[in-house]
Design a protein around this ligand. Sequence first.
Ligand code: FES
Length: 198
Amino acid sequence: MSGKHVEKNQPTSFEFNSVNLEKINKILKKYPSERKKSAVMPLLDIAQRQHDNWIPYAAIKKIAEILEMPHIKVYEVATFYSMYNLAPVGKYFVQVCTTTPCMLRGSEKIVKLCKKYISEKEGQLSSDNKASWVEVECLGACVSAPMMQINDDFFEDLNEETAIKIFEGIKSDQLPKFGSQKGRIGFEPNKRLTLVKN
Ligand code: FES
């Protein structure tokens, strides 16, 4: 990803809702009280899910307050990991892996399609405000490269044709089923299982 986009128009306050406060209390019980800052990552995730998939600075301050740590430390974690968004993203947030295995299997074609179907610039909302996309480092599904993540789901074994189907699906709110787009099960070898003869 070419630098994390940070929203200029920030809300002035943020409060966790009661359901999330309960989740946070459960998470905090996993750590000794003097080590509660270890919960920073799950709390950032909860804040992001509560706030339309991006974390405003007010939420970072709130997390710092709960964990009794400097807010710059929370901010550092939020800027380091690509899974935290610091600016609004589309309802469909597309993360295209462009690390070596995906690159060798054609991820640049998927990036071109993102530019065509979503927005010319990475991190920009599509004209219908439905989607945005970013390039990310390896998402750990190299066996089914090239791949992309949309919200919480992986779409794998992509080619131009299946990627176009997915981008068309975004427009009509009808995404194909996640997982291998060429029907591989359990990511067996491409030519199916081979029998070893004795
Ligand atoms: S290189 Fe793309 S998932 Fe690992």
